[in-house]
Design a protein around this ligand. Structure first.
Ligand code: NA7
Length: 545
């Protein structure tokens, strides 16, 4: 095993695996980072908690799980051969296909031989004298490397609601983010679903066809918009494969790395007729045009936002037969698009089924889980299966599950207790040689994720190459650069309506978590340019030694 970056040989009585770099996570980011670091000739090991590759697409196997990105805008762009070989079957592929794709990538590039599966990292400690990171898995394995790279995902720490009584419940239950590998049989079953976020919207629509009876417990109504998914026919497939350079160029130019971009007009400067016609046009289009293709002031000006919010509310009213149920499904407490917009395929019509009931938890909160179901302030429900579609301790949750210790034994969790402090969302001062792919404040978090993952991975890879070429062994963000970036993240978010919703973007879905914007809302082209400038100036804002 070569260890080209290690300067000081580590002396230890125990045999311990040593690498140039350790990557945590074998999802989209971890797989690509492994591929790139191998090209640098480095010895790399990936640790993955799951028994297979795929990250988000490995864990979220719930019925109905699929892309809200156009499939061909989501795959890796680095290999022309891969692009030409892989056929996406639908414009918005379902989870099994995406997981197949990621397995195909792992096999094609022979990535598995450097991945240790079923190994969750418990701790990672930086050794100042030796300038290495030592990781320990929950099973007690350990290893060392000069660089530690987290690829642990944005939505990978599933969150159960804090409702008393779960330990007393004796029947089947699942969290959508930890879905079993064997199919769950919903046929004729009485099912309770807690949550109405993007995940629940997909799940509820998918299982509505099978359940005997379903009760949905909603705390906050969401603005959902039609996905309009269709299969890809052979002619379109050919066209897509011929236009990958244009697809990726387009994604690189839009604020969130999708194929959709905001309309340059302002909602309030066009006539009511023109506005209505435009809203109808984008409503009829597939994908996120309804969120990321609206007038450019809709996500930054409340009055403009209200014009589209009311348009969407009317669309919901038109689809739900019972006006009382429709009103419950209509959001009134946050601006349109301040939360990620769930894209749906028949969600609202589910509530027209006789065997589906919507319970508004604002009227009748859940009191407790019982042995057979759950109890609200108004009624007791018996279920065969309860589904918790209650989301994730987002962005920082995955970091908090690992005991990261930096310079002086400082815990990352402690440093981030009042919210993350990062430079470019790629490093945190006091944690040298630790790179956080798609970490908090990183441009890749508010993005069509693989597009921005590629940027993150390529930046980290170039940085490591630069360090080798200049004989640097240690890189650490300066506290000054970190403060400037952390303030910039908050200021950029404040220019939008995003902080006005209690969303996972704000950490507001996790009880007790401080309210902070966890992503980067400045847009991926701006983020990319900043990263490029930093690199061009010899990694300005980092201390290299
Ligand atoms: P989300 O968007 O965080 O949604 C979680 C849902 O669960 C949401 O409706 C929550 O209501 C609800 N929830 C959470 N805790 C509770 C409790 N204690 N009681 C009742 N209801 C609760 O997660 P998703 O998995 O749907 O989506 C995450 C992302 O995945 C999504 O943005 C896409 O990018 C893909 P709340 O709204 O907090 O009142």
């Amino acid at each position: 095993m070569t260890n080209t970056l290690q300067q000081t040989p580590v002396v230890d009585v125990k045999p311990i695996d040593q690498f140039d770099a350790i990557i945590i996570g074998a999802g989209i980011a971890g797989l690509y980072q492994l591929y790139r670091l191998r090209q640098l000739g480095l010895a790399v090991r990936v640790y993955e908690a799951g028994s297979g590759v795929g990250g988000t697409w490995y864990w979220n196997r719930y019925p109905g799980c699929r892309f809200d990105s156009e499939s061909y805008s989501y795959g890796y762009s680095f290999s022309e051969e891969l692009l030409q070989e892989w056929d996406w079957s639908e414009h918005f592929a379902a989870q099994p296909e995406t997981l197949r794709y990621l397995n195909y990538v792992a096999d094609k590039f022979d990535l598995r031989r450097d991945i240790q599966f079923s190994s969750r990292i418990a701790s990672a400690t930086y050794d100042e004298v030796g300038n290495y990171w030592e990781i320990r898995t929950e099973k007690g394995d350990s290893a060392r490397a000069n660089f530690l790279i987290t690829a642990i995902g944005v939505l990978s720490a599933p969150q159960m609601p804090n409702i008393p009584g779960l330990d007393e419940y004796k029947r089947e239950w699942h969290h959508t983010g930890l879905w079993p590998h064997a199919p769950v049989n919903f046929t004729g079953k009485r099912v309770g679903v807690i949550g109405t976020g993007a995940t629940a919207v997909q799940l509820i629509t998918a299982i509505a066809k099978e359940v005997g009876q379903m009760t949905v417990f909603q705390r906050t109504a969401n603005f959902c918009a039609p996905l309009r998914n269709t299969p890809i026919d052979p002619k379109t497939q050919k066209k897509i494969k011929a236009s990958y350079p244009d697809i990726f160029k387009r994604c690189s130019e839009t604020p969130a790395g999708f194929l959709h971009d905001f309309d340059p007009r302002l909602a309030l400067e066009v006539s009511a007729e023109e506005r209505q016609a435009f809203y109808e046009k984008i409503w009829a289009e597939p994908g996120f045009s309804k969120w990321l293709g609206v007038f450019r002031d809709v996500l930054s000006n409340l009055e403009a936002n209200e014009t589209f919010a009311e348009f969407v509310r009317n669309k919901i009213r038109a689809r739900v037969k019972d006006p009382k149920v429709a009103e419950k499904l209509i959001p009134k407490d946050h601006p349109f698009g301040a939360k990620r917009v769930p894209l749906e395929s028949g969600y609202y019509e589910v509530y027209n089924q006789d065997n589906v009931v919507l319970v508004d938890l604002n009227e009748t909160p859940i009191e407790r889980i019982t042995t057979k179901g759950l109890k609200t302030g108004a009624a007791e429900y018996e279920f065969d299966i309860i589904i918790f579609a209650t989301g994730f301790d987002a962005v920082t949750g995955a970091f908090n599950r690992i005991d990261f210790r930096g310079v002086g034994g400082k815990a990352l969790k402690e440093k981030w207790a009042d919210g993350p402090h990062t430079y470019l969302g790629l490093q945190s001062a006091g944690f040298p040689n630790l790179f956080t792919l798609v970490g908090p404040h990183n441009g890749a978090t508010f993005c069509n994720i693989p597009r921005c993952i590629e940027q993150n991975v390529e930046w980290v890879t170039s940085c490591m190459r630069y360090m080798r070429e200049h004989d640097y062994k240690r890189i650490e963000a300066t506290p000054e650069a970190e403060n400037v970036w952390t303030e910039h993240v908050a200021e950029t978010a404040a220019r939008t309506l995003l902080p006005l919703a209690d969303s996972w973007f704000m950490g507001a879905n996790t009880p007790g978590k401080p309210r902070n914007f966890l992503l980067y809302a400045g847009g991926s082209p701006v983020y990319r340019k900043k990263c490029e400038e930093v690199a061009a100036k010899g990694y300005e804002g980092f201390r290299l030694q």
